[in-house]
Ligand binder design. Structure first.
Ligand code: ATP
Ligand code: FE
Length: 368
């Protein structure tokens, strides 16, 4: 199975066999270009995908050392994501299928993040609970099958990765040489690890009084933002300089985001128990998406899971961020069950937004 990913700023491709062995993979990250521009500019991302996709695909095939005839189908991300970026992958995926006579499998990017864990660990059986924390999403879902999800909660504003990226930029962390090439999330995690007191600054955890599983990151972000503005004035900080105590500020920010995520996970687990959505022997929380690379968040989720008797599973960090492997694996999962495997794929189009699963948010809110 070949997988192609271009939903945001990574051009990814992989060939994975039906047992989940990675035969070849290639990833071209645009991160450094977007870092210089202070954020992703969609036409620039599109151009880079266009320039790189052929090479990324060919490198993957070369690495896998197989003939195209041995590939059953091409799975390609078609939703959700940046339309200009998605369109490049879709066009290339269709082109490959047409010229090589292959079947096409359109892929939902968040479904892939949710299912990646099953590639390495076939003991993870449906149904299981999933926390997806990435650059564009914050979701709590019950995965009931490859194409069946119940949406328990989502962010009403920012996603964690997005909040980390914005704040790392605002704190000018990347001006420090050691941080220069990191993503915002990596920068906040590293800076926080250098802090000595995560409680020096106290930020309130959002939505504590709300008994649903939704998330809100904007409030935490604003509290931290206000603190930075205050400190910059107070200490007359120059344009490129960092405020004093920036490491403790990062530690406090990361701690507050983590407390919020853990609190919502606890809510979700309560709801799942109340409605018997996951049998006791299968009680598993999967965490994935780019922000799942964060070891501090991961450790805190482990504590929550230990207390409640859930197993916590996280894919290897390089499979938590965007990559072609997860798309190929999602293709295999769909192929096995014949879900959306297409001979006629001309009419398939990209979708900028696409909710994952049946929306249960009202039921979750009413249940408590
Ligand atoms: P989505 O999956 O919602 O479409 P995306 O594909 O752009 O968004 P991913 O590649 O899944 O996002 O994840 C990228 C995000 O992960 C970035 O916002 C980045 O800051 C964040 N991230 C990466 N490493 C870490 C880390 N160690 N701690 C926190 N966040 C991290
Ligand atoms: Fe992603």
């Amino acid at each position: 199975m070949k997988g192609i990913e271009t939903s945001c700023d990574d051009t990814g491709c992989a060939i994975v066999d039906s047992e989940g062995h990675i035969l070849g993979e290639c990833l071209n990250s645009q991160h450094l270009v977007h870092l210089r521009n202070g954020g992703i500019i969609p036409p620039i991302a599109q151009n880079l995908h266009r320039q790189n996709i052929e090479n990324v695909v060919n490198t993957t095939i070369k690495q896998a050392n197989i003939d195209f005839s041995q590939i059953d189908a091409v799975a390609t991300t078609v939703k959700p994501g940046l339309p200009l970026s998605l369109s490049i992958g879709l066009k290339y995926g269709k082109h490959l299928c047409r010229t090589k006579g292959k079947l096409f499998i359109p892929i939902h990017h968040m479904e892939s993040h949710a299912l990646t864990c099953r590639m390495h660990d076939n003991s993870i059986e449906f149904p299981f609970l999933v926390l997806l924390i990435s650059g564009g999403h914050c979701l709590l879902v019950v995965a009931q099958d490859v194409d069946k999800f119940l949406l328990l909660g989502e962010s009403i504003d920012d996603a964690p990765g997005e909040a980390f990226d914005k704040m790392a930029r605002r704190m000018k962390l990347m001006n420090l040489p050691e941080f220069a090439t990191l993503s915002g999330g990596q920068a906040i995690e590293l800076a926080a690890s250098k802090g000595t007191d995560a409680e020096q600054f106290k930020f309130s955890v959002p939505l504590l009084q709300y008994k649903n599983c939704n998330f809100s990151l904007a409030g935490i972000k604003n509290q931290v933002w206000r603190h930075i503005v205050q400190q910059e004035k107070l200490h007359n900080v120059e344009a490129d300089a960092l405020i004093p105590d920036v490491f403790n500020l990062c530690a406090g920010f990361q701690l507050t985001v983590t407390r919020h995520l853990c609190h919502r996970v606890q809510r979700a687990i309560e709801f799942v128990k109340l409605h018997n959505l996951i049998p006791e022997e299968k009680q598993t929380l999967v965490v994935s998406g780019g922000a799942a690379c964060n070891n501090f968040i991961n450790k805190a989720l482990q504590v929550v899971c230990n207390e409640i008797g859930y197993r916590l599973v996280r894919p290897p960090p390089k499979l938590c961020t965007d990559n072609g492997v997860m798309i190929a694996w999602n293709g295999i999962e769909r192929w096995r069950k014949n879900l959306g495997v297409m001979k006629d794929f001309d009419s398939v189009d990209i979708e900028k937004r696409s909710p994952l699963g049946i929306n249960m948010i009202k039921e979750v809110t009413d249940a408590h």
